[in-house]
Design a protein around this ligand. Structure first.
Ligand code: 475
Length: 837
């Protein structure tokens, strides 16, 4: 049953379907109406927030044509849709992105001007960003959704609408303090609740056997608890196309607002208790980036959003009169890490228990639909669920997993007769120690492809993480190097560079980043290099203003902006950077190397609330900042800043303002990195190790335009095997031992020699991140940075070549690879008739 009032499509109605009907008058009128009717305000008394809401509603209205036409197009012409399952989507602010993709930024600027607002940026600043992710994994999902829409690929992102996203970070006395993220307070204008499409999800209880009408033995699940998933849809508009995909985030509701039995016997609290428990499911995002907590509520969250999403996909087939048998021709299901890996068992359960498919058929459908992306090799991040917990929450799924495992291991037995060791290694059930379900094994067995996120990482998956699986199914394993969307990370984040690029290579670079190669012709054009560096200086001036307002520290925009922004982790080695700062500080103090390049070293990032060492690293950086910034000897030479509450919005300010990008993880530990790509696109030079996508960045921008240091992945393996001894590296490097000594005597902790002891001990003990082993070479590379900085023409040329050659790292390229080699999906043209706009 199609909605009658949607008249679609009448192709070729106007030349520029995007801008038709959206001029400044239309935006202004839309704002005026919403102020009055939706917000109950008069233009004369409207606050900035009111104007933000009014503009957002006015823009949202103008997305609706594309939003509905895109859903209509897939109904009219069924073809495969991508279902991107992710526990996190870190989408960032929406208003500016939608203005850009619609092509009405200027019109909006003019419209808000008529309300007496000097600059659109004042309105953009009001937007609360939904922090529904921890870091790289969630942000990647957001970049991929934007690229999918821009490439006109039908797609739905499925996830959780957390009421509280990643905590807000305050810095108090140098320590991180976590504050609840109330992003929904005051209303968030970009979501459309769709209660009519809610789904039921069960938990707990037991399984039972029964005989069906045909006399066949079957199993079914009798859950003891239920929750309702209410979808909230966020439109994801492609860049200057009619395609508008969707992010469908599920909110958990109670099945009954009150337990009437409990209520009637006077137990008011008891009655509300179950409601509270159900609604807890989507209450808060787990703030751990890279550690698996194994908590019951986390598994509940995973099953909740996966079950809702699969039911939604099946229902959409039924609505369109498509056979469930043809599921894999209409849906390709991508698992963003193992967080949604329960999908393998849940799809089997739905197909077998609800649709009564035979095992083989159901397994064929599942394995032709599902693919899995791995994002980390860190053992502490690999999800394992304790068997007791798993069976108490998902008893039917555990039965199905046993059956999947039994059939799989039988295959392995035939391939490797008498090899019990390999069976233990491959089994979904970990039998060493506490029995547990290994989600990466479930995902790998249930998927038709398993991919890593950078060349080295994909290689290490095969060599280190799952060598037995890779030998069994070599063709299953593949690489798709991550990418980031140039619309947000250059277009929005760096408007001045964007207009320079528009003039120099033409406007199409933003959808075809390879066009930036043309900039190579300008590498010796000093006039152009000057213009290029001016865009950077202007970004640095803005950031300097922000730093002053936020931290009170005055920084010089002409100094070298040296930036490390990312989650705080020992493997990312912010402490390596911090120790290097101490060495520079000592050089200046001791009068060595007086013409050291003036630097502003900027850090930003959140630590998981339970990660003691990461929180101590933040305290350490702030301790150093306090001493350095208070010392008159450092004036004009060295500044250290910790930017609180690093998030997408702040990232947009930082990437355009950076000269030097710090990508200094221990080789083999960072799966890919994506910040490294954002920096390179914006013309920052990288100082980095041969880790993750750094390797590919260096290959593409040229080794002469990259500051390389550190041990390689194989050298790290060797060090580990040969009893790594940090002490020898310390005694061989005077600057290192002096820097450490200064920390030990409490120089950066007001004389407290205890405070940073755990940190020092971790570095001088059996440090799995090999900080001491890389220190001397890091310092050497930093000296190289200083040298090049003193030759601005050279620096600018290197920076330009980074931008020119970073096209490969567009998420458009990554998505095209997924479409071609994993998903087998094609773009879909969405046409709009003139009378519906
Ligand atoms: C990698 N997050 C980056 C990025 O591929 C890579 C883990 C558990 C629970 C919640 N979040 C996580 C991650 O594992 C994560 O963000 N991984 C990152 O994925 C995208 O670029 O190297 O560390």
């Amino acid at each position: 049953s199609q909605p009658k009032d949607l008249r679609l499509p009448t192709p070729g109605c106007y030349a520029d379907p995007i801008k038709a009907g959206i001029d400044a008058d239309a935006v202004f009128d839309g704002m005026t109406e919403h102020l009055f009717f939706s917000l109950g305000k008069l233009a004369t008394t409207a606050s900035l927030r009111d104007l933000y809401m009014a503009l957002s509603y006015a823009v949202r209205d103008r997305l609706m044509t594309r939003y509905l036409a895109s859903q209509e197009a897939i109904r009219a012409k069924p073809q495969k849709t991508v279902a991107y399952l992710s526990a996190e989507f870190l989408i960032g602010p929406q208003l500016n992105n939608n203005l850009l993709n619609l092509g009405i930024t200027k019109e909006a600027e003019e419209a808000v001007g008529r309300f007496g607002i000097e600059s659109l940026s004042h309105i953009l600043e009001v937007e609360e960003e939904p922090g529904l992710g921890n870091g790289g994994l969630g942000r990647l999902a957001a970049c991929y959704m934007e690229s999918l829409a821009s490439l006109q690929v039908p797609a739905i992102g499925y996830g959780i609408r957390y009421e509280f996203g990643i905590f807000n970070q305050l810095i108090r006395d140098g320590w991180q303090v976590e504050v609840t993220d109330k992003w929904l307070k005051g209303g968030w204008p970009w979501e459309l609740p769709q209660p009519d499409e809610s789904c039921f999800v069960g938990f707990g209880g037991r399984t039972e056997s029964y005989v069906d009408e045909k006399g066949k033995y079957r199993s079914r699940w009798i859950p003891s608890e239920h929750a309702i998933g209410v979808p909230h849809d966020i439109p994801i508009l492609g860049y200057r196309v009619n395609n508008c995909d969707r992010l469908r985030l599920w909110r958990a509701d109670a099945t009954e607002s009150f337990d009437f039995y409990a209520f009637n016997i006077g137990d008011y609290y008891g009655a509300v208790e179950e409601k509270v428990a159900s609604e807890t499911i989507s209450k808060v995002l787990y703030p751990n980036d890279g550690t698996d907590e194994g908590r019951r509520l986390r598994l509940k969250q995973q099953h909740f959003f996966v079950s809702c999403s699969l039911q939604d996909m099946l229902r959409s087939l039924e609505k369109r009169g498509i056979e469930v048998e043809d599921f894999s021709e209409h849906w390709t299901v991508q698992l963003n890490d193992t967080h949604p890996a329960i999908a393998v068992a849940e799809l089997m359960r739905l197909l077998i228990d609800h649709y009564h498919f035979e095992w083989e058929k159901a397994w064929h459908i599942t394995t032709s639909s599902v693919a899995y992306t791995n994002h980390t090799l860190l053992p502490e991040a690999l999800e394992k669920w304790d068997l007791d917990l798993f069976s108490s929450l998902l008893p039917r799924h555990l039965d199905l997993i046993y059956e999947i495992n039994k059939r799989f291991l039988q295959q392995v037995r035939l391939r490797y007769p008498g090899n019990d060791l390999i069976l233990r290694k491959l089994s979904i059930i970990d039998e060493d120690g506490c029995k547990a379900v290994r989600m990466a094994h479930l995902a790998t067995i249930g998927a038709h492809h398993v991919n890593g996120v950078a060349a080295l990482h994909s290689d290490l998956i095969k060599r280190q993480l799952m060598p037995e699986f890779a030998e069994l199914w070599p063709e299953k394993f593949t690489n798709i190097t991550n990418g980031v969307t140039p619309r947000r990370w250059v277009g929005l984040a760096n408007p001045e560079l964007s207009s320079l690029l528009d003039k120099e290579v033409g406007k199409d670079w933003i959808t075809n980043m390879e066009l930036l190669k043309k900039l190579e012709q300008k590498e010796n054009d000093s006039g152009f290099l000057e213009l290029f560096s001016k865009t950077k200086l202007s970004g640095k001036r803005k950031l300097a203003g922000y730093i002053h307002r936020q931290t009170g520290v005055l920084v010089d925009p002409s100094s070298l902006f040296d930036v490390q922004v990312k989650r705080i982790h020992q493997y990312k080695r912010q402490h390596l950077n911090a120790l290097q700062v101490i060495a520079q500080y000592l050089r200046i103090k001791n009068g060595v190397d007086q013409d050291i390049a003036p630097r502003t070293v900027i850090f930003g990032g959140k630590a998981a609330p339970g990660y003691f060492m990461a929180k101590l690293m933040i305290r350490f950086i702030n301790g150093i900042a306090d001493v350095v910034n208070a010392d008159p000897d450092m004036d004009g030479r060295l500044r250290v800043v910790f930017l609180p509450d690093y998030n997408v919005k702040l990232g947009e300010q930082v990437y355009s303002a950076t000269d030097l990008s710090e990508q200094i993880s221990t080789a083999g530990k960072e799966a890919s990195g994506t910040g490294n790509m954002k920096f390179a696109m914006n013309g920052a030079l990288t100082i980095g190790t041969l880790d993750g996508a750094n390797i590919e960045i260096r290959d593409r921008v040229g080794s002469e335009n990259f500051f390389l240091f550190g041990k390689t992945e194989s050298e790290i393996v060797e060090l580990r095997e040969n009893q790594y001894d940090p002490k020898t590296y310390i005694s061989n490097c005077k600057e290192l031992s002096e820097a450490l000594r200064l920390v030990e005597v409490g120089h950066f902790s007001n004389g407290d020699s205890e405070l940073f002891l755990p940190l020092i001990n971790s570095l001088t003990g059996s440090d799995p991140f090999f900080v001491m082993a890389d220190f001397a070479d890091y310092l050497r590379a930093q000296d190289e940075v200083n040298k090049v900085w003193k030759n601005p023409q050279k620096w600018n040329r290197m920076a330009l070549l980074n931008t020119a050659r970073s096209g490969f790292f567009s998420s458009d390229r990554s998505i095209k690879e997924y479409c071609k080699s994993i998903w087998k999906v094609k773009p879909l043209d969405v046409e709009i008739s003139c009378d519906i706009n």
